[in-house]
Design a protein around this ligand. Structure first.
Ligand SMILES: Cc1cc2nc3c(=O)[nH]c(=O)nc-3n(C[C@H](O)[C@H](O)[C@H](O)COP(=O)(O)O)c2cc1C
Length: 301
C-alpha cells in the first residue's frame, strides 16, 4: 500500500502472522535513478535516489524471504533495469496491473496494462528470462469474467509464480463489494497459485474467501492498514496497541515521517477522528519523536 507498506508496517504485519508482505508500489522511472546502500547504523538495506539521502525502499535481512517488491511500469526494458537494482534483496518482484489512479493510467501503468496483453507478455517474459527472482503480478477484474480468465491464462503462460486478483473492476469504488465469485473463475482456470484480494477485514474472512474462491492465498489491504493484527489467529489486539507498536518500529527503522503520519492518520480516521486532540496533534507533528510523544501522552516542549 502506497505510503503505508514501508518496512515498519511490513514487520508489524509479519509479527502478527502475515506470511508475505508487499512493499508500496514504486515506479520504475524512480527506481532506475537509485542505488543500493547498506545502512550499518540501523541494519537495513536501502535503495536510495543517487546523489540524495532520499530512501525509496528500505528492507532488512529479517524479511528477505518474505518481502515482495511491487513495481509500476509500462516498459519491459526499463522494468528490467529497475528490478535488477532490488531483486537480490527481496523474495519476489510483483508488477502492479491493478492501480486505477490517474497517475498510473496516464503513464500507461497499473490498470492501463489490462487492455494491453502484448505489453504484459513483453514485461513479464523479459523479467522472467533475465532474473532469478520469482516474478508475480496483480490484476483487477475485466468487464466480463470471461475476459478476466482469458487474460489470467495469458499471464500464466509467461511463467509468473503467482497471480493476485483484486475482485473489483477499474470503475468500482472501494465500498462496492469485491466479487469473490469472479476470482473463483480465475482460480478454476489456472494451475499457478492465485492470491484472492478484496474485503477481508476479520481473521474469519481468510477462510471465507478461500472457500468462496478456492484461492491458495489471501491478500489484505485496508483490513491490515486499520489493524495489522488482523493476521493473528488469536484475534485482533486493540488498535491503540497496534498503533503504538507501529510508531515504535517507525522510530527504530527511521521511517519516513510523511509515511508514518499518513498511516497513523488512516488508523485514527477509521477508529476515532482526526478532529479529536490526538488526530489534530498527529496532523501537526513534524517528527517521529513528536508522534510517539503524542501517542504515549508525554509532553514535548
Ligand atoms: C492506502 C492504500 C494504498 C494502496 N496501495 C496499493 C499499492 O501500492 N499497490 C497495490 O497493488 N494496491 C494498492 N492498494 C489496493 C489494495 O492493495 C487492494 O487491492 C484494495 O484495497 C482491495 O483490498 P481490500 O479490500 O483488502 O482493501 C492500496 C489500497 C489502499 C487502501
Amino acid at each position: 500500500m502506497v505510503r503505508v507498506g514501508t518496512l515498519p508496517f511490513r514487520l508489524l504485519a509479519a509479527e502478527y502472522g502475515a506470511d508475505i508482505t508487499y512493499g508500496e508500489e514504486i515506479i520504475d522511472h524512480k527506481l532506475v535513478k537509485c542505488e543500493r546502500r547498506v545502512n550499518d547504523a540501523i541494519g537495513s538495506t536501502d535503495i536510495v535516489e543517487k546523489g540524495t539521502e532520499n530512501v525509496v525502499f528500505r528492507t532488512c535481512h529479517e524479511e528477505r524471504s518474505r518481502v515482495v517488491f511491487q513495481m509500476g511500469t509500462s516498459d519491459a526494458v526499463r522494468a528490467l533495469s529497475a528490478a535488477q537494482i532490488v531483486c537480490k534483496d527481496v523474495a519476489a518482484v510483483d508488477i502492479n496491473m491493478g492501480c486505477p489512479k490517474s497517475f498510473s493510467i496516464s503513464g500507461g501503468m497499473g490498470a492501463a496494462l489490462l487492455t494491453k496483453p502484448e505489453l504484459i507478455h513483453d514485461i513479464l517474459t523479459t523479467l522472467k528470462r533475465n532474473l532469478d527472482t520469482p516474478i508475480t503480478c496483480k490484476i483487477r477484474l475485466l468487464k466480463s469474467s470471461r475476459d478476466t480468465v482469458e487474460l489470467a491464462r495469458q499471464i500464466e503462460k509467461t511463467g509468473v509464480s503467482a497471480l493476485a486478483v483484486h475482485g473489483r473492476r477499474v470503475a468500482d469504488r472501494p465500498r462496492d463489494p469485491a466479487k469473490w465469485s469472479e476470482i473463483a473463475d480465475v482460480v478454476a482456470a489456472l494451475s499457478i497459485p492465485v492470491i484472492a484480494n478484496g474485503d477481508v477485514f476479520e481473521y474469519d474472512d481468510f477462510q471465507r474467501i478461500k472457500v468462496a474462491t478456492g484461492a491458495s492465498s489471501v491478500m489484505v489491504a485496508r483490513g491490515a492498514l486499520w489493524n495489522a493484527s488482523v493476521f493473528s489467529p488469536k484475534g485482533k489486539v486493540p488498535w491503540e496497541d497496534v498503533k503504538k507498536e507501529y510508531v515504535r518500529k517507525s522510530i527504530l527503522w527511521d521511517n519516513d515521517v510523511k509515511s508514518t503520519k499518513h498511516t497513523l492518520k488512516e488508523m485514527i480516521m477509521h477508529y476515532s477522528s482526526l478532529e479529536l486532540p490526538e488526530g489534530k496533534a498527529v496532523i501537526k507533528s513534524e517528527s517521529l519523536g513528536r508522534s510517539s510523544a503524542i501517542l504515549w501522552g508525554r509532553k514535548i516542549l
